[in-house]
Design a protein around this ligand. Structure first.
Ligand SMILES: [Zn+2]
Length: 308
């Protein structure tokens, strides 16, 4: 019945579902790093500042924030911009997935939407707390093999999967998909673990958090070994750009402060301060970006590569 509707309608509808799921993601992002609250307890959403339980009117994604002009109605607490941002981002991602797959492929749409939402949670928790919740990374590690067995076609473009698939078959076999999934996990987790191990010996400090290792292991289970390589390249590139931008920001900050104080602090010293201050960036958000792009488009890239 749903398949008879025009695709634009399906995409818009799935995006609205994503908007409401985004509201739940905000709860996860706020509560997962806290020991005393869980995602389901307390049951109703409440203002993090005054703890007033929200009415349904105050809990409509995006609209409540717009109507209340970004403030809690009881205590006037300024609701962080993160809340509407996560909701809109999740709606856009779900709409994008729907646009790629609907109405032909509902199972892939649901799976990719769920994985992308997990990446959104990992991203914002990592930005806020420098950690990636196990609920996301371990959850992905558990879900990926199940997904490979139920939806083997997600690994169609993985050469590992083709090893265990009859030649000429339209889709990857279950055994092939499972092999691709486990190979992706081993490569994703393995690469970052080795980088971290080397970094620790060279720099004498934690170069790579174990949360990042688990996150790329989970992502690898969905995108396969080739997707892991693509995800890592995107992560390294985007993290470098962000790191450089961050250092520039600190450099200008230090310089302008020195100038306003009338001090003649050298450029060299400002650069050194900026290098140290700008170094502390979480890697999880960039990994999540890479895994997300690989998840949606690794098949296209692989098809492109096999054309050469
Ligand atoms: Zn409040």
């Amino acid at each position: 019945m749903l398949d008879d509707l025009p695709p634009e309608f399906l995409v818009a509808w799935w995006a609205v579902v994503g908007l409401f799921v985004g509201s739940f993601l905000n709860v996860c992002i706020h509560r997962l790093p806290l020991a005393e609250e869980t995602v389901s307890k307390p049951r109703r959403s409440r203002c993090p500042s005054c703890k007033t339980t929200l009415t349904w009117k105050e809990n409509v994604p995006l609209l409540s924030w717009l109507v209340q002009r970004g403030r809690c109605r009881t205590c006037g607490w300024r609701i962080p911009f993160r809340y509407p941002l996560v909701e809109v981002l999740n709606a856009l991602l779900w709409g994008w997935v729907a646009w790629l797959h609907l109405p032909a492929d509902w199972p892939t749409t649901v799976l990719q939407s769920v994985v992308l939402s997990g990446l959104v949670v990992a991203t914002f928790v990592d930005f806020a707390c420098f950690e990636i919740p196990d609920e996301v990374s371990i959850g992905g590690i558990v879900l990926a093999p199940i997904a490979a067995l139920c939806l083997p076609q997600i690994h169609d473009q993985t050469s590992l999967a083709r090893l265990l698939t009859a030649p000429g078959a339209e889709h990857a076999s279950r055994e092939g998909a499972l092999l691709a999934c486990l190979g992706g996990m081993a490569l994703g987790g393995g690469i970052l673990w080795v980088i971290g191990w080397i970094g620790e010996r060279v720099y004498g400090r934690d170069a790579m958090g174990f949360g990042d290792v688990k996150l790329l292991a989970a992502g690898g289970g969905f995108v396969g070994p080739g997707g892991v390589v693509l995800a890592l390249m995107i992560a390294a590139l985007s993290a470098s750009v962000a790191g450089l931008a961050n250092m520039l920001r600190f450099y200008w900050l230090v310089r302008s402060r020195a100038r306003s104080r009338g001090g003649r602090r050298g450029v060299g010293k400002s650069l050194r301060v900026a290098r140290v201050a700008g170094r502390y960036l979480p890697f999880g958000p960039y990994l999540a970006l890479g895994v997300g792009i690989a998840l949606l488009h690794w098949n296209d890239v692989a098809r492109l590569l096999s054309g050469f």
